[in-house]
Write a protein that binds this ligand. Structure first.
Ligand SMILES: *[C@@H]1O[C@H](CO)[C@@H](O)[C@H](O)[C@H]1NC(C)=O
Ligand SMILES: *[C@@H]1O[C@H](CO)[C@@H](O)[C@H](O)[C@H]1NC(C)=O
Ligand SMILES: *[C@@H]1O[C@H](CO)[C@@H](O)[C@H](O)[C@H]1NC(C)=O
Ligand SMILES: *[C@@H]1O[C@H](CO)[C@@H](O)[C@H](O)[C@H]1NC(C)=O
Ligand SMILES: *[C@@H]1O[C@H](CO)[C@@H](O)[C@H](O)[C@H]1NC(C)=O
Ligand SMILES: *[C@@H]1O[C@H](CO)[C@@H](O)[C@H](O)[C@H]1NC(C)=O
Length: 371
């Protein structure tokens, strides 16, 4: 667990009233693997050239970057953490939130800045009486690093979330984690919202309600995100941390690009941006290019749905979320209720803005009202 100087200096003395256990679990999944029509990058000239192709004016009518899918069976080690309110270790009834992080982070996104940080969603959720189960998506944090071209794709990660949820529900995820005694909600952030949305579209009985943060279903502005990253090879951008990684793992250049993608000035602490930039994880070209192949029609999901994004979210709203989130309503026709919320003074990185606690209050109030 990273300690952060900014959090320690600003929030010394805050009472921590939750406790967590970390574990690794072996997950076997069967899922489609889309076969790239492009060769693995030999160098960054080739990654930038693919970026030209996928963001071109005629990209939507041009040749697909993938040839088609084959089914593969894969086994991964997934690093996870289960947290409960300290005062509530063995309650008769404990509702749980399964947390799925987005691109550029690992599961520490949900405890950003450490235990007593104001940017710590796990702390807010446990204070509100929930348990949380967070995990590192494949190739992030302590989970298995996989082939970024053929395996690090959306359907594979959806399959991981399905297996984690099923095993959590039936009490077999790990000996240290009890079978849930209450509701099982899913909270996603960004790419994790894509996966949480796809989960209830493909398998609606697995979730009792979802909160999709840093997200919309309007992909008009995803190209601005892709272009702003320039598909820097992670192994060249951060050789100390990722020098070993395949060329299929890419990232943005620096703190300025990070701000452009994730932050709304002046509503954040520059120390938070600096910390975030030194702790990034790369993403795979194939995971961003397969985001559209998982199911989105959640017609059979009858449980609560909240979509909440920052008013200035770049990727999912073109930096203005007003009028965008509700465009997803037709994909959740049976959800009870379906609500949207635009969080003021906030960019895409919802947990990283001064008013993160305001975001948490909206999410937790929604879940309390709909439990
Ligand atoms: C999980 O596995 C990683 C990599 O093998 C290891 O470094 C870490 O200590 C393990 N964590 C736990 C809680 O066992
Ligand atoms: C729990 O769920 C997993 C994943 O669906 C399944 O493989 C396993 O057989 C289940 N175990 C029990 C005891 O129900
Ligand atoms: C995305 O939102 C814009 C602005 O409201 C709208 O013009 C466009 O039709 C939307 N696109 C999709 C695919 O919904
Ligand atoms: C780099 O890869 C080699 C061979 O796979 C491995 O032994 C080594 O531990 C890796 N180093 C880092 C820093 O991950
Ligand atoms: C909803 O459930 C019905 C009955 O099982 C099924 O036929 C239909 O395909 C499902 N719709 C979606 C969008 O999954
Ligand atoms: C923080 O966010 C909450 C929830 O959206 C909002 O009600 C509140 O006005 C915000 N606070 C500030 C200072 O903007």
């Amino acid at each position: 667990m990273h300690q952060s100087t900014f959090a320690l200096s600003l929030f010394v003395g805050a009472v921590v009233a939750f406790q967590c256990s970390s574990f690794n679990t072996t997950v076997s999944v069967s899922a489609p693997s889309y076969q790239p029509a492009f060769a693995p990058f030999a160098n960054h000239y080739q990654s930038v050239a693919l970026l030209n192709v996928v963001t071109a004016r005629d990209a939507s009518t041009g040749a697909s970057p993938f040839k088609g899918a084959i089914n593969v069976v894969e086994t991964f080690s997934i690093s996870a953490e289960y947290c409960t309110p300290t005062a509530n270790q063995h309650p008769a009834h404990l509702d749980v939130q399964i947390l799925t992080h987005g691109l550029g982070f690992d599961k520490s996104y949900w405890k950003f800045g450490g235990d007593s940080s104001q940017y710590n969603y796990v702390r807010a959720a446990t204070d509100a009486g929930y348990a949380t189960l967070s995990y590192d998506r494949i190739s992030n944090g302590g989970s298995t690093v996989v082939d970024p071209y053929t395996i690090q794709q959306a359907p594979m990660q959806l399959a991981v979330l399905e297996v984690i949820t099923s095993r959590f529900r039936n009490g077999t995820i790990h000996s240290s984690v009890p079978k849930p005694s209450g509701k099982v909600f899913h909270v996603g952030y960004s790419y994790g919202s894509i996966l949480s949305h796809a989960l209830v579209a493909s398998n609606p009985s697995l979730s009792d309600g979802i909160v999709l943060t840093g997200y919309s279903t309007n992909t008009t502005w995803v190209g601005e995100f892709l272009i702003s990253t320039n598909f820097h090879l992670a192994k060249e951008n951060e050789p100390q941390r990722f020098g070993n990684r395949s060329t299929g793992f890419v990232t943005w250049a620096d703190e300025l690009a990070n701000q452009y993608i994730f932050f709304s000035h002046p509503h954040f602490d520059p120390a938070v941006l600096a910390y975030a930039e030194t702790h990034t994880y790369p993403f795979s070209v194939s995971e961003v290019l397969t985001g559209g192949v998982v199911p989105y029609n959640a017609a059979n999901f009858t449980k609560p749905v909240l979509m909440i994004s920052g008013d200035a979210d770049l990727i999912f709203c073109g930096s203005d979320c007003h009028g965008i989130l509700e465009q997803a309503a037709p994909l959740f026709p049976a959800a009870k209720p379906f609500e949207t919320y635009v969080q003021p003074d906030t960019g895409h990185g919802m947990n990283l803005h001064y008013n993160a606690s305001g975001t948490y209050a909206v999410i937790l109030d929604f879940l309390k009202r709909n439990t």
